[in-house]
Design a protein around this ligand. Structure first.
Ligand code: NAD
Length: 317
């Protein structure tokens, strides 16, 4: 049987597109390019891979990593002779929604991964949501719901009934769209939907915000502690169970405590997950695009994404 060629478009060969893991060990997969190449190496398929970046300096590196790939400095010259199975869009936050709109107008693309946060305003997000078949065609590039550690926490929480109340505190460095978006996405994955209640600035000008679920059983407070992402982000979950989720640049750690505050020994070691995060997510989205295989992805109409962009708009955060 002839091997079906899979046509993939990767737009944006910057940090998360191609560069983060250039110097990393073989096992680390922090970029879409490496994730897609790894998937290809373990599949029956051959990829027709297009790498596109407006920066001409990306060509050489792209060709080194994907010698059979086709590099272009703009998608404007691409023609839709045949449909693309998948496009991964990893351009900067300020232009990503416009890039997705342009591409979807111009080309026939079956599935699209839009890097988080997909849009910088609610108006842009609405435009993406209005696109034909947006619910099935688009996913947003939040990789954490694909991780074992996230599923482990979700399952631990689901063991308790819906009448329980939970308090969640998120501590983060950096911006709302860039950094906080990941952790609000994760809290939605652990629990359920919630809405923005209020926000304020502390004496140092750091943003704090409160979110609540409709039935009041989930209360979330977010605390920015610096403008810079120092990669010491943390989620503290307190309910019938206490869980600390520590997310540094290098590792994820989960600490679980019983009702007496005694640390519970964990069966899961999540420390290595950060260094394979885009690899795990990439394998999931390639199987979704090629085999329609479902996974825990974030839809473009995710409530947490909407609430994140709303907070960013109302707070200028
Ligand atoms: N999921 C994650 O964990 C994660 C991590 C980092 C960044 N991101 C997201 O990924 C996106 C990119 O972030 P980054 O840190 O890689 O940024 P970056 O600036 O390093 O890379 C963006 C690349 O896009 C290229 N580009 C810009 N406009 C273009 C266009 N019209 N056509 C083709 N190429 C174009 C730039 O030349 C650059 O190489 C952002 O939306 C960011 O929020 C996600």
């Amino acid at each position: 049987m002839p091997v079906e060629k899979i046509r993939v478009l990767l737009v944006g060969l910057g940090q998360v597109g191609m560069k983060y893991d250039l110097e990393s060990e073989h096992s680390q997969v922090l970029t879409h390019l490496k994730a897609i190449r790894n998937w290809e190496a373990n599949s029956q398929h051959e990829l027709e891979l297009f790498g596109i970046d407006s920066d001409v300096l990306t060509e050489k590196t792209f060709k080194n990593i994907a010698p059979e790939g086709i590099w272009l400095n703009t998608y404007e010259t691409l023609k839709s002779e045949e449909p693309f199975n998948l496009a991964v869009i990893a351009t900067p936050i300020h232009s990503i929604a416009a890039n997705v709109l342009d591409l979807c107008k111009k080309l026939e693309i079956q599935k699209v991964v839009i890097e988080k946060p997909a849009a910088k305003s609610l108006a842009e997000l609405a435009t993406l949501n209005y696109l034909n078949d947006s619910e099935n065609k688009f996913i947003v590039g939040f990789p954490r719901p694909s991780l074992r550690s996230s599923n482990y926490i979700r399952e631990s929480i689901k063991l308790f009934g819906e009448s329980e109340t939970w308090k969640v505190d998120i501590y983060y460095g950096g911006g709302v769209l860039n950094i906080l978006s990941h952790f609000l996405n994760l809290v939605e994955f652990f629990f359920s939907t919630f809405e923005l209640e209020s926000h304020s600035l502390d004496n140092e000008g750091n943003l704090h915000a409160e979110f609540k679920s409709k039935d009041g059983s989930l209360n979330i407070s977010t605390h920015k502690y610096s403008d810079r992402n120092d990669e010491k982000n943390r989620i503290e979950i307190l309910g019938p169970l206490r869980i600390s989720y520590l997310n540094s640049g290098r590792e994820i750690r989960i600490c679980k405590f019983d009702s007496q505050g005694k640390e519970v020994f964990e069966l899961i070691d999540a420390r290595e997950e950060i260094s394979q995060m885009i690899g795990v997510f990439g394998k999931d989205y390639m199987n979704w695009a090629v085999y329609s295989k479902g996974f825990n992805y974030t839809n473009i109409n995710s409530n947490a994404l909407y609430q994140t962009i709303k907070l960013s708009e109302v707070s200028n955060g």
